[in-house]
Design a protein. Structure first.
Ligand code: SAH
Length: 567
């Protein structure tokens, strides 16, 4: 069962319309287009490498090209029988849908869904599927097949002509064309109970059990397993590990939940009442019975699969990300993933808009509020409620942006709940790097980044730093060079620079780099006027060795050599 959105991959504009029709069927799915051939949501450079990367990440793949091409691309990864996401080939014109891989991850179900969206018949080849209209070995979310080996034998018995009983609740089989009979030797049994040794059963466990721990901090996984087996419950029936909120920051708990293969959730109760039973009583929102009586683990058994998000709350996560200069291709994939997983997005309005569009279920807290510390605290408050929060900055979040404010808010607060939030800071392409790359390599040797804004530091500190940087012959990247509220500062800064650098010094100006209408050019320090610069401009002042040249009188490049000598 795989519920992540598929990547819909196309090679040219001819497939775009079909791709969009498939996309409409899967919320969150993106269309990946070959760079230079077709504009889509995500650009990629080489089909084989791109498909293999997505496959290894477990992303379901819907590829609009010949099945043979898809098979050749993925083939090198197939001998390793690891997690196998669904892989389908779809004809560009939408006339054929061919499930290729991922039988146990729901590829045939996807084939039916896509075929339905395209009004064609899917090319299903799995015998069990064809005969019964469903893959009996692929129960829906919230259920787990006890044993694949046993399951395969069961299905081949059915295919050989046997019939089956169904014991327990299996609503997804209601429409299946299974040969049923109440007196059958074979039985599909849906139960949280562990296998009782019967060879005539297909055992499916609803993930309906929540295990709560209080202060237990050693051999947690063993204690949980013990509690399950003492109650005759299958390990696969466990859905959630529940702990007191005070323990949300413990990495061991994350590891234990991963070992058990379950979700980790928390619940707020006073420290004195963090007994496992109390936690269950406070966190469970669905009908259930309490199983194990004794400490240190208590078990709750619900009457149906438990949706982990309905139990207590998550640890909460805050990702501080950089969007890069603007062009989506210059955003790191980890930042894209954080945005996709976000429940809440915060940041300065312009950047939040740049990070979108967002799904209807994502809350956007765009604000013109210039108070960064307040915004940072807001982010922690949301994350502490268990939400997945993303704070966006342009460029890199650590360069004159939100990451430092977020850390300062955490440092100052002493709030234990904030401290337990899963915090990550993801880098981005800063304006200086984006500008430099377009110009060539002006930052090829030692350089510094300076903000000319005196909003957050006294002007004399800026002058002093400029003087030292200029005297040291460092290349200088100026952020926040001017604004309406700071009209004279850039001229003053240039006066200082001119005391140390000749008028021939190369200067690079990048305006709106990576955004529509973006422009990068180079001039000399002598030509530079403050009117050429606004708050969306990056100013790179070269060192004495920064130089420009043109190739055959055409394209011009600026670079600072890798070596240094005094001039
Ligand atoms: N965190 C950002 C910088 C924020 S300070 C980063 O790492 O890029 C804002 C300043 O960055 C602007 O005043 C401008 O000098 C520069 N800047 C940001 N984006 C830019 C872009 N796309 N083109 C040119 N300069 C940019």
């Amino acid at each position: 069962m795989n519920s992540t959105a598929p990547a819909i991959v196309i090679l040219g504009a001819g497939a775009l319309e079909t791709a969009r029709r498939i996309q409409a069927r899967y919320p969150g799915a993106q269309v990946h287009g070959l760079a230079g051939r077709v504009e889509a949501d995500v650009a990629y450079g080489e089909l084989g490498a791109h498909l293999r990367e997505l496959y290894m990440r477990g992303t379901p793949l819907v590829v609009l090209c010949a099945a043979g091409i898809v098979i050749r691309c993925i083939a090198p990864l197939l001998s390793d029988k690891g997690a196998e996401p669904p892989v389908l080939a779809v004809a560009e014109d939408g006339s054929a849908v061919v499930p290729l891989l991922g039988g146990l991850a729901g590829v045939n179900r996807m084939a039916r869904e896509i075929a339905d969206a395209l009004s064609v018949a899917p090319a299903i080849t799995t015998s069990g599927e064809l005969r019964f209209g469903t893959c009996v070995l692929n129960p829906p979310d919230g259920y787990a097949l006890s044993s694949l080996t046993q399951g395969k034998r069961f299905v081949s018995d059915l295919l050989a002509g046997e019939s089956t009983r169904i014991e327990g609740e299996a609503p997804w089989l209601d429409d299946a064309q299974l040969p049923r009979s109440s007196g059958a030797r074979l039985a599909i049994r849906v139960t949280p109970q562990a296998w009782n040794g019967s060879a005539d059963e297909l055992l499916i466990h609803p993930r309906s059990v929540v295990a709560a721990i209080g202060g237990l901090d050693e051999n947690i996984a063993e204690h949980v397993q013990h509690a399950l087996s003492a109650n005759g419950i299958a390990s696969l029936a466990l859905a959630v590990l529940l702990a007191p909120i005070g323990r949300a920051g413990e990495v061991t708990l994350t590891a234990v939940a991963a070992t058990l293969g379950v979700a980790l959730r928390f619940v707020a109760t006073p420290a004195t009442e963090s007994k496992p039973h109390t936690l269950l009583a406070a966190a469970m929102r669905v009908p259930h019975e309490i199983l194990a009586g004794d400490l240190p683990v208590a078990l709750a058994l619900a009457h149906a699969p438990v949706d982990p998000s309905s139990v207590g709350q998550a640890r909460g996560r805050l990702s501080v990300i950089g969007l890069g200069p603007g062009d989506a291709r210059l955003m790191v994939p980890a930042a894209r993933d954080a945005l996709d997983a976000a429940t809440d997005v915060l940041g300065y309005e312009t950047y939040v808009t740049m990070a979108g569009p967002f799904r209807a279920d994502q809350r956007v807290h765009g604000t013109d509020n210039r108070e960064e510390m307040q915004r940072a605290r807001h982010a922690f408050e949301l994350a502490a409620q268990g939400r997945s929060v993303v704070m966006v900055s342009s460029g890199d979040p650590g360069v004159f942006a939100m990451a430092a404010a977020v850390l300062e808010a955490l440092h100052e607060s002493g709030n234990a709940r904030w401290a337990s939030v899963e915090l990550e800071i993801l880098p981005g392409v800063s304006a200086a790097m984006a500008t430099a790359a377009q110009a060539g390599a002006p930052l090829g040797h030692d350089f510094c980044m300076l903000s000319l804004s005196d909003n957050l530091k006294p002007w004399d500190v800026i002058e002093n730093r400029l003087r030292h940087a200029a005297a040291a012959d460092l290349v200088m990247a100026f952020y926040n060079p001017v604004s309406r509220a700071r009209p004279w500062q850039l001229d003053r800064a240039l006066d200082i620079v001119r005391e140390f650098r000749s008028p021939e010094t190369t200067v690079v100006l990048g305006r709106n780099v990576g955004r529509p209408g973006g422009q990068v050019r180079h001039i000399s320090l002598g030509e530079l006027r403050s009117e050429m610069v606004d708050m969306r401009t990056m100013v790179i002042i070269g060192s004495s060795l920064t130089r420009a040249f043109s190739v055959n009188g055409g394209e011009e490049w600026v670079y600072t050599p890798r070596w240094y000598r005094q001039v």
